[in-house]
Design a protein around this ligand. Structure first.
Ligand code: KG4
Ligand code: ZN
Length: 341
């Protein structure tokens, strides 16, 4: 069993997690979200500075929570991409310094795969082979996962906005605040998801022929904006619920189609949007009907955290993947195909 410390700084969370094999020992998160809220989105320079300021304390707290010292740590894992370049570099530099000072291996890991890897903590589930629906603020993809540490293939991705980005934009248009996903989720509870039948992007037969597993949320965003403009006194909760239903419906339709086509009967849903209560509920219903084994990490581990990075580092060690070179950089646009640097 390896004791792995994972560092995550790809966006606005400075996060450190510690795992012992698949056991979660600590998960400390310091978020700069409040510094970005008035801009309606994350300001990269502000995020980078916040990471610098928070990092030492977050590492100390994670060690304290797990009851281990730096000397006990067997390996350091860090998100090397994708994400905001300045923010990523704070994490990669911190991790490289720790690796050098402690003389312990460094694993630069992919943020997207890490979102999926967190599903393996504190259980003995076998993740692969699986279809993964990865839905976050920056990405929305359907992936074929043969081995999470070594073999992940993209079946489809969004051709415009990411699912979380669509939640954030609609919340802004509705004046709900930032980040929008959790606010729309809350607003939609007990509301009518069939109030407006908003469009389901890339689901017509003609679109499916070209974009079977791709997503598009920009048409939906325009439809919601137009509805709001043309409907004074509209009920926020019902519009939020109808928007959410349109997103969730498309995500699940395409994920289940991917399971069917590949004959893979495991579906993992991961990333910040996997915290959405309607997505979790409808996924359970539809997977039961389709006899697909569904796995979604606990809500608290869906949005960005350090435990997921440590989990993927730990998995890489188990799979015998070689450590990264000291001196690795960060890649803001890293593809999912690059799991370990
Ligand atoms: O994975 P994540 O923490 O960061 C990225 O890697 O992007 O995802 C953040 C995204 C944001 O767009 C946020 O609005 C969305 O996840 N999100 C949600 C919920 N919680 C977070 N979207 C819908 N429902 C939620 N409950
Ligand atoms: Zn993320």
């Amino acid at each position: 069993m390896a004791l792995v410390l994972g560092i995550e700084t790809s966006c606005d969370e400075t996060a450190v997690g510690i795992v012992d094999g698949r056991k979660l020992l600590a998960n400390v998160i310091s978020s700069s979200v409040e510094q970005h809220a008035r801009f309606g989105g994350v300001v990269p320079e502000v995020a980078s500075r916040a990471h610098l300021e928070a990092m030492p304390q977050v590492i100390k707290q994670a060690l304290k929570d797990s009851g281990v010292t730096l000397k006990d740590i067997d390996a350091i894992a860090v998100t090397a991409g994708p994400g905001l370049i300045g923010a990523l570099l704070v994490g990669v530099s911190s991790a490289s310094a720790l690796s050098l000072a402690l003389d312990k291996p460094l694993y630069g890991v992919n943020h997207l795969s890490a979102h999926i890897a967190v599903d393996q903590l504190d259980n003995d589930k076998k993740v692969a082979p699986a279809i993964a629906l990865l839905v976050s603020g920056g990405h929305s993809s359907i992936l074929k996962v043969s081995n999470l540490a070594t073999d992940v293939q993209v079946m489809g991705s969004t051709i415009d906005d990411a699912a979380g980005e669509a939640f954030d934009k609609i919340a802004r248009i509705m004046g709900l605040g930032f980040p929008g996903g959790p606010l729309i989720d809350k607003e939609s509870r007990n509301a009518n998801p069939a109030f407006v039948d908003f469009p389901r992007g890339l689901t017509s037969p003609a679109d499916l022929a070209k974009h079977q597993y791709n997503f598009s949320f920009s048409g939906l965003k325009t439809a919601v904006a137009r509805f709001i403009e043309q409907t004074p006194g509209y009920k926020k909760a019902d519009v939020a619920a109808s928007f959410q239903e349109a997103v969730v419906d498309v995500l699940l339709r395409k994920s289940l189609a991917a399971c069917k086509e590949t004959g893979i009967d495991n579906l993992v849903i991961a990333g910040g949007v996997a915290a959405n209560s309607r997505l979790r509920q409808l996924a359970q219903q539809r997977c039961e009907q389709a006899k697909i084994n569904l796995s979604i990490p606990p809500i608290g581990l869906c949005t960005d955290n350090g435990a997921m990075v440590a989990a993927l580092g730990s998995m890489a060690i188990t799979e015998g993947v070689k450590p990264s070179q000291i001196g690795i950089g960060a890649d803001s646009a890293a593809s999912i195909a690059q799991v370990i640097w």
